[in-house]
Design a protein around this ligand. Structure first.
Ligand SMILES: CC(C)(COP(=O)(O)OP(=O)(O)OC[C@H]1O[C@@H](n2cnc3c(N)ncnc32)[C@H](O)[C@@H]1OP(=O)(O)O)[C@@H](O)C(=O)NCCC(=O)NCCS
Length: 197
């Protein structure tokens, strides 16, 4: 029996991931405008740490928190940048490795930038990279059934709906059902560990 490898010390290193129209990169103070716009969305501040108020100071604190997430090895938080390198959204791969080797993905786009394919492409680009991470077996995301834009983005990036998790999470204090969407990483698929023997 081998002991578990200790976690690598130091912060996670965020790669830059390039797609046809979007680039996933680190958050910068000049991206505060995107956070300020997202603060007006009825859902984003409820399910993320985006502030509920439109404030430059709060937006900059949000940007700084993304550095903390790397330092604390919580996960990989990316700004979704358009062709002009302007932030239009957010996507994160959170590491859920305490029990399983899972990565959990969350995302949002600025209200003015929606229905342009940014969420779908950001998720495709993130997934293509995350599928090859050796320490993960599974990538997953949770989507409320009414949130068609989100589950359509998930399906376009190759995620399968595995089921409905009833009262899975409280959103704004209310229990909400969530679709569980997932796909296996390349390493997990190759090992075939998910198949019953
Ligand atoms: C959900 C969200 C990320 C979608 O972002 P987006 O940039 O508009 O998504 P895309 O433009 O990439 O659209 C993806 C697909 O969903 C469809 N879509 C987008 N918004 C939709 C809506 N409100 N209703 C129905 N379909 C929608 C698009 O037409 C596209 O469909 P296609 O696969 O047929 O091309 C965005 O609305 C958002 O940030 N919402 C608030 C936060 C949130 O819900 N995050 C996800 C939590 S699980």
């Amino acid at each position: 029996m081998t002991a578990d490898a200790p976690p690598t010390p130091g912060p996670l290193r965020l790669p830059e991931l390039v797609g046809a129209r979007v680039r996933l990169r680190g958050w910068r103070s000049t991206d505060a405008h995107a956070v300020r716009e997202a603060s007006y969305d009825p859902l984003i501040p409820v399910i993320t740490s985006v502030p509920t108020v439109d404030s430059e100071e709060e937006a900059l604190a949000f940007v700084e928190r993304q550095q903390d997430r790397l330092r604390d090895q919580v996960g990989y938080p990316f700004a979704v940048a358009d062709a002009d390198d302007r932030a239009v959204g957010f996507i994160i791969l959170q590491l859920r490795t305490a029990v399983g080797a899972r990565g959990s993905i969350g995302y949002w786009t600025c209200p003015s930038q929606r229905r342009r394919g940014y969420a779908a492409e950001a998720l495709q680009v993130l997934t293509a990279w995350a599928r090859d991470l050796p320490d993960l077996d599974r990538l997953e995301l949770y989507v409320e059934p009414w949130n068609e834009g989100s589950w359509r983005a998930a399906e376009s990036a190759g995620y399968e709906r595995e089921g409905l998790l009833r009262a899975w999470e409280r959103v704004g204090g209310e229990p909400r059902d969530m679709y569980m969407y997932a796909q296996l990483t390349a390493g997990s698929s190759a090992r075939g560990e998910h198949r019953p023997s």
